[in-house]
Design a protein around this ligand. Structure first.
Ligand SMILES: Cc1ncc(COP(=O)(O)O)c(C=O)c1O
Length: 318
């Protein structure tokens, strides 16, 4: 792992260390006040052995935005990119061939030892970059997802949805586990007040002959890099892309003839087969993963794996 620490108003030089326990004061800011954020993105190995990281700049910018909104020291973008490259170089041999990838996980947390700092930001912090090989989510074939539409709970505070911080995932855990136990669903689609937002770890898209509808960027949900990439490819492919607020009723109407899918780094684009709302099950299309979802997903995967031209400059060779 690569490690850098912040103290006295500046970042230390980064070091590469064996992955191991991190020493923290029991009074560390993060343990009491959840001053932490993270990122997740992938690097892909091609048949010729070269390794390419996908949209690292976007992920670094999002991490800096998360840090700003949590009043944590912002990582220096050049240093963080160097740390990511150093980790990839160090575990080059562990980058699986496609459809596997190396998953890269930077984390940032406040380390200032002060349990009286509920309203004082951390002035000391640690930045770590971890990496782990991952296999294709859909190696066993694409299984349509079952999703509970929850119009009661919120995933996060309205101003924090765009921050990739641990507390948001902790908040979504209870409702998601309860929904799994009660309705045997894969995920919960959070729709507070009836407005469709996102699931616990992915954005939500609706597709129908030449049209794509998704919520417009606001503070309530995470601005997915995969979402942005898919919207760009959809526009390139002549789709009419609409980003605006829509509600559960409109979504249930759309899926009578259209498709629904979740987008994110892990699965790229995963088709939804069933939505459950207030005890009623609604099949999406015929209950299978639809052709538009499959085709949009394959277009992005082909670029990521180097099988289609990278016209938008999303990949960086490491
Ligand atoms: C809450 C949430 N929404 C959306 C996404 C998708 O973001 P990205 O496409 O950048 O992976 C993620 C993470 O992967 C997430 O955790």
């Amino acid at each position: 792992m690569a490690v850098a620490t912040y103290a006295g108003g500046r970042w230390s030089a980064a070091e590469l260390k064996p992955v191991g326990p991190v020493e923290l004061s029991p009074a560390a800011h993060v343990l009491h006040y959840a001053s932490t954020c993270f990122e997740g993105f992938k690097a892909f190995r091609r048949a010729d052995g070269s390794v390419h990281v996908f949209r690292m700049d976007r992920h670094i910018e999002r991490m800096r935005q998360s840090a700003r909104l949590l009043v944590l020291p912002e990582p220096d973008p050049v240093q963080l990119a160097d740390m990511v490259r150093a980790v990839i170089a160090r575990c080059r041999e562990a980058v699986p061939e496609a459809p596997g990838a190396l998953y890269i996980r930077p984390i940032l947390f406040g380390t200032t030892a002060n349990i009286g700092a509920a309203a004082t930001p951390a002035s000391e912090a640690s930045l770590l970059v971890l990496a782990s090989p991952v296999w294709d989510y859909f190696a066993g074939g694409m299984k349509p997802l079952r999703i509970l539409v929850d119009d009661v709970h919120t995933r996060s505070a309205a101003q924090m949805g765009m921050v990739k911080t641990g507390g948001n995932y902790a908040a979504a855990m209870g409702p998601t586990l309860a929904a799994r136990a009660k309705f045997q669903v894969d995920q919960v689609l959070f729709c507070p007040g009836g407005e469709v937002q996102e699931t616990g770890a992915a954005n939500f898209l609706l597709l129908r002959d030449g049209h794509l509808l998704t919520r417009g960027l606001d503070t309530t949900f995470l601005h997915g890099v995969t979402r942005d990439s898919l919207l760009t490819l959809a526009r390139d492919g002549g789709y009419d892309v609409t980003e605006r607020v829509f509600d559960v009723r409109e979504m249930l109407d759309w899926i009578k003839t259209g498709e629904a899918a979740l987008s994110g780094t892990a699965a790229v684009l995963a088709g939804v087969g069933t939505l459950i709302h207030r005890g009623t099950e609604y099949l999406v299309g015929g209950g299978e993963v639809g052709p538009l979802t499959r085709s949009l997903r394959s277009r992005l995967v082909a670029i990521q794996q180097g099988d289609a031209p990278d016209r938008h400059g999303w990949l960086q060779r490491v």
